[in-house]
Design a protein around this ligand. Structure first.
Ligand SMILES: *Cc1c(COP(=O)(O)O)cnc(C)c1O
Length: 360
């Protein structure tokens, strides 16, 4: 019997994937030229579905990368000359800041203790940042950044670009595009698709900044300069031979999400999250890592397990349910559970019932 996978990425694939893979084979999606009208049609369809699903403003451009990790490098290269500011509350937000540093940027980190949010604090900022980075959902710890902070940051630094990693929260957590210039995600988290595709959404201000840096000769000439990606994207093309299959699948799943209704996805996520957190609170050996209610992720629930998480993980595995261990140095002490659109209410209820019965 296939296992039920609740690891936060890659996670269980979306339940319609099998059908879409079959259609992709039938339509020879993997064999078509990426310069053909058929490819342009796929690209256009996917971007239109994403625009409608996520309410992306028309003036913003959507381009494809290999992953979210790639976007870290591309933002550092195309949107920042010298200074960026990063809110770090776990491994992923930290890796982003480190990517900027590796590329020679002065990337300041504002760091918060694990299980809390690194809030914007104008007093802590050492130098005028060109880009301020936030992580909507820190997958390592299950904290959610309050969106009101984006506007605060913008108020204090109106010239800075505001960037947000929405990798493990989209489409569940709404994205306030009006406060954002650079937004990106990968498809193996909430979209339940195979890994290897990133989506990067940029505002006219971000494009203008990339233009200014390019004219000044300051953009590193990688194979993926933002301006060239945007230019190609306007003709529904990519620079390289892309992951056509995944672009196709993303369009199909975004369409499925729209048919289901993004509001329904959001409501279900809140229900599933509520019963997960309650289960952690009620169990004598478990406790939610994130204490502050408003900071709890909509899509990743993390619990400390007294005495270590390995016995609980093994017990669930025996019953065919796979949950994640803690991230990095917390591997042995915590469990992490994905609450993505593909995880049904019934599946989460089953998981919660099993955890409630567990005693080591
Ligand atoms: C998974 C994840 C990433 C990295 O995604 P890749 O597809 O591996 O590049 C970045 N940020 C967050 C918050 C993530 O959960």
């Amino acid at each position: 019997m296939p296992q039920l996978i609740f690891v936060p990425g890659p996670s269980a694939t979306y339940f319609t994937l099998e059908d879409h893979l079959k259609s992709a084979l039938k339509e020879q999606v993997m064999a078509i030229s990426h310069r053909s009208p058929a490819f342009k049609g796929i690209y256009k369809f996917t971007v239109e579905q994403l625009r409608q699903l996520l309410d992306i403003p028309q003036a913003y451009e959507v381009v494809f990368t290999t992953s979210a990790t790639e976007v870290w490098d591309r933002m550092a290269e195309n949107l920042v000359d010298t200074h960026s500011l990063h809110h770090v509350h776990g491994a992923f937000s930290k890796k982003c800041a480190q990517a900027f540093q590796r590329l020679g940027k002065e990337a300041q980190m504002i760091t918060a203790p694990e299980g809390t949010v690194a809030l914007f604090d104008p007093k802590a900022v050492e130098a005028q940042p060109e880009l301020i980075h936030f992580t909507a959902n820190e997958t390592a710890t299950g904290v959610k950044h309050p969106m009101a902070d984006l506007r605060e940051a913008k108020k204090h630094f109106p010239d800075a670009l505001i960037a947000m990693d929405v990798v493990s929260s989209t489409p569940t957590t709404p994205i306030p595009f009006e406060d954002l210039d650079s937004v990106y995600f990968s498809v193996q988290k909430c979209f339940g698709l195979p890994a290897g595709l990133g989506v990067w959404i940029v505002s006219p201000r971000a494009i203008a900044k990339a233009h200014a840096l390019t004219v000044a000769g300051k953009v590193y000439p990688s194979y993926h300069p933002l301006l060239e990606m945007v230019d190609k994207g306007k003709g529904y093309q990519t620079i390289e031979t892309p992951n056509t299959l995944n672009i196709y699948l993303l369009g199909k799943v975004a369409e499925d999400f729209r048919r289901k209704g993004v509001d329904v996805i959001r409501r279900e996520a809140i229900y599933k999250n509520t019963i997960l957190i309650k289960c952690f609170e009620d169990h004598p050996l478990l406790s939610p890592l994130v204490q502050e209610k408003d900071w709890r992720s909509d899509t990743v629930a993390v619990a400390n397990v007294e005495g270590g998480s390995a016995p609980l993980i093994a017990y669930l595995k025996e019953k065919g349910l796979v949950v994640g261990a803690g991230y990095g140095k917390h591997k042995a002490a915590q469990i992490r559970i994905a609450n993505f659109p593909t995880h049904s209410k019934e599946q989460i209820e089953l998981l919660v019932d099993l955890i409630a019965d567990w005693r080591p």
